[in-house]
Design a protein around this ligand. Structure first.
Ligand SMILES: NC(=O)c1ccc[n+]([C@@H]2O[C@H](COP(=O)([O-])OP(=O)(O)OC[C@H]3O[C@@H](n4cnc5c(N)ncnc54)[C@H](OP(=O)(O)O)[C@@H]3O)[C@@H](O)[C@H]2O)c1
Length: 333
């Protein structure tokens, strides 16, 4: 790559079924010039998120990613030129940098970040993943000491932190994840009380065995069949924090939603509430202070899965959707 070339990964075609490398194309363009109010960023780490795939399906809490545009994605980046007051060369920021080496971005769309070592923690525990786990569990799930908390995609970036925060809050924690190795890791390394392999064909039964008295809080990252298995096992007045629906993102959507709704919600007096992490950003400083304290005290383990090379971003996302990752997956650009 020449000094000023900008490698960019485009979404070449919108997927209708499962995402494949053929849906992406890498091009090399010139490094952009920042306009008034913009900064030029050198992207350092790109966040890989299950939601990247959902953005290809249509507008969500953000506009859809269209074919032949640079693939959208959050990233941590360094300011290398500035035409915006408030941001200086050398500042570290978070924003939608897209899958590319350099981006010219309006300063008002960026969040200035503190200098943290390692920098990768700005995408994992102190980034969207950690904040989603923190606010989704504490504000929507409202766990109380002694509650049984169940979390799906438990070995992923959000899920692994939800379970650990629930333990810190004095709960009994059950993780649902794909495969024996991940389940073993949740109990032996992250301190979960039990883990259930949703791929072993007996989810309802194994969940019942892991949470025999029922579920007070279900933190739902996946929707679909896992949600369907949890619903009848909720205790009266239980809370379901709807964080995402990974099972619906890649490939043809399921022909039916979870059965038993809304009857189970009525009979069990459940509260089922969705949330978007950005709703809570006015309280970000308090959340980061708590997360930093738990990390420093060794109570919250940060698992990162860092893959080298912008060119590997499409395959890394495809792998995340297939369950390759443990903890926060990201690309070192
Ligand atoms: N509401 C918000 O503001 C907000 C913000 C950030 C993220 N999120 C949501 O948080 C969730 C976690 O996202 P993430 O980016 O952190 O990804 P992640 O949990 O790090 O990785 C995704 C994991 O999902 C699991 N998975 C894939 N297909 C599945 C299926 N059909 N059924 C069950 N599990 C499946 C895989 O693990 P297994 O091996 O266990 O299958 C995979 O490792 C997503 O739903 C995302 O949309 C929401």
């Amino acid at each position: 790559m020449s000094a000023t070339a900008n490698r960019q990964i485009l979404l070449a075609e919108k997927p209708t079924g499962r995402l494949t490398p053929a849906h992406f194309r890498m091009i090399e363009g010139a490094t952009p010039e920042p306009g008034d109010g913009e900064v030029l960023l050198r992207v350092r780490y790109i966040s890989l998120d299950a939601a990247n795939r959902a953005w290809m399906q249509g507008a969500t809490y953000r506009s859809a990613v269209e074919a032949n545009s640079v693939m959208a994605g959050g990233g941590v980046a360094e300011v290398i030129a500035t035409k915006a007051p408030g941001l200086a060369v050398g500042d570290i920021v978070f924003g939608d940098t897209g899958w590319q080496d350099y981006a010219a971005v309006p300063a008002r769309h960026l969040t200035k970040l503190p200098k943290v070592e390692p920098m990768t923690h700005l995408l994992s525990v102190y980034g969207i993943a950690g904040l989603t786990a923190y606010f989704g569990l504490l504000e929507i799930g409202k766990p109380r000491i002694g509650d049984t908390v169940v979390v799906s995609a438990a070995a992923g970036s959000v899920g692994s932190m939800v379970g650990q925060i629930a333990k810190i809050k004095g709960c009994r924690v059950v993780g649902i994840a794909g495969g024996r190795d991940k389940c073993q890791w949740l109990t032996s390394e992250l301190g979960f009380d039990a883990a259930v392999d949703y791929k072993d064909g007996a989810l309802f039964k194994t969940l019942k065995a892991a949470a025999p008295d029922g579920i007070d809080v279900y933190f739902d990252n996946v929707g679909g069949e896992v949600l369907e298995a949890c619903l009848p096992q909720m205790k009266n007045y239980g809370r379901i924090a709807c964080c995402g629906a990974i099972s619906q993102y890649d490939g043809a959507p399921s022909p039916h939603g979870p059965r038993g709704l809304p009857g189970l919600i009525v009979v069990k007096r459940l509260v089922m509430q969705g949330f978007i992490v950005t709703d809570f950003m006015d309280r970000r400083d308090q959340a980061i202070a708590d997360l930093r304290g738990w990390v420093a005290a060794g109570r919250l383990k940060v698992q990162e899965d860092i893959i080298d090379g912008l060119e590997n971003t499409p395959q890394a996302l495809i792998g995340l959707l297939a369950g390759e990752n443990r903890g926060k997956r990201m690309i070192k650009v």
